[in-house]
Design a binder for this molecule. Structure first.
Ligand code: ATP
Length: 299
């Protein structure tokens, strides 16, 4: 993990210096992009003042490059405390929604509001402070297990770290290590599996207690037991929290309050699981397809 750790820290130097917290949130999405965020802090930008956690996209359009539209006229509202799942094939714009919400980029058209505030006018660090990201594969760094979990919230005590690990169903595995929470992570230390790394992301989010949660569901097939457990933990974590799930499989979607189906940067269908099945459109076809080949990513 040494490489995994050092690269993002260097690449994201300025974010890291300004806020470890922001770096936690940024990890997976930056890793995906392999690039620096384009949204440096602008001195004097006011901080977002989080409220109940309402998220609104108003006619949002975004192009990574001129002429290559990644999002086109996307309007959506996630009422406070509810879960919106986004599905769509690879490249349809799901991650871009999350990147814009985290203010890694600003929309080229339209606007994004958190609790009524246009996030373009709020400092990026303050936006990221309000949002917890559970990446598919949490980045780990060369430090103890406790620090790897605890850095999600500065000043978190050992008891809080243990409580978060318990809630993320990691405690037993950690307690069984020779040095428990003080065991080193990294090249010569503990190697966590993919599922465990996602749990570390969950534990960090539990510690952080953000009002908004972005959950990037693992694309790699977890075994059925792990997947079921992670979905349960996500349900608990997203209770009373505004949640955006980038969904790759069906397990999380069924429980979402609302689902949007993306295709080439546009929302092509939206509704609840039942509504979308009744509609017999894209979603219904994806559902049938995935039922035939469970575990297949890219709903
Ligand atoms: P996946 O399920 O594979 O993660 P996605 O639905 O999340 O895909 P996005 O990552 O949001 O899709 O990508 C939307 C579109 O934007 C795609 O056409 C993609 O090629 C393009 N894109 C994504 N990131 C960049 C980038 N950094 N530069 C240029 N184009 C990009």
């Amino acid at each position: 993990y040494a490489l995994q750790v050092c690269l993002p820290l260097n690449a994201l130097g300025f974010v890291y210096r300004e806020s470890r917290d922001a770096w936690v949130n940024a990890e997976r999405l930056f890793a995906l992009l392999g690039e620096q965020p384009e949204m440096p802090e602008v001195p004097g930008q006011p901080a977002l003042v989080p409220g109940a956690g309402e998220v609104v996209f108003e006619h949002v359009g975004f192009d990574y490059e001129p002429g290559r539209t990644a999002l086109d006229d996307v309007s959506l509202r996630i009422p406070p405390g509810t879960t919106l799942a986004v599905v769509g094939r690879s490249g349809s714009g799901k991650s871009t929604l999350a990147r814009l919400l985290l203010r890694f980029y600003d929309p080229d058209r339209g606007r994004i509001l958190i609790d009524g505030q246009d996030i373009r006018h709020c400092s990026p660090v303050s936006v990221r402070r309000a949002i917890g990201v559970v990446p598919q594969d949490a980045a780990l760094f060369n430090d103890t297990v406790a620090s790897n979990i605890g850095y999600a919230r500065e000043g978190a005590g050992r008891d809080e770290i243990v409580a978060a690990a318990r809630a993320a169903q990691l405690h037993d595995a950690i307690a069984a290590l020779p040095d428990g929470y003080d065991s080193p992570v990294g090249e010569r230390g503990v190697n966590f599996s993919g599922g465990e790394r996602q749990r570390i992301g969950i534990a960090r989010a539990i510690l952080k207690q953000p009002i908004i949660l972005v959950f990037d569901e693992a694309t790699s097939a977890l075994d059925a037991v792990s997947e079921h457990a992670i979905v349960k933990e996500l349900e608990r974590l997203s209770e009373r929290r505004t949640t955006l799930v980038i969904a790759h499989r069906l397990s999380t979607i069924v429980h979402a309050h609302a689902i949007i189906v993306m295709d080439r940067g546009r929302i092509v269908e939206q509704g609840t699981h039942e509504e979308l099945l009744r509609r017999n459109g894209v979603y219904a076809r994806l559902w049938l397809l995935q039922k035939k080949t469970p575990g297949e990513p890219g709903v």
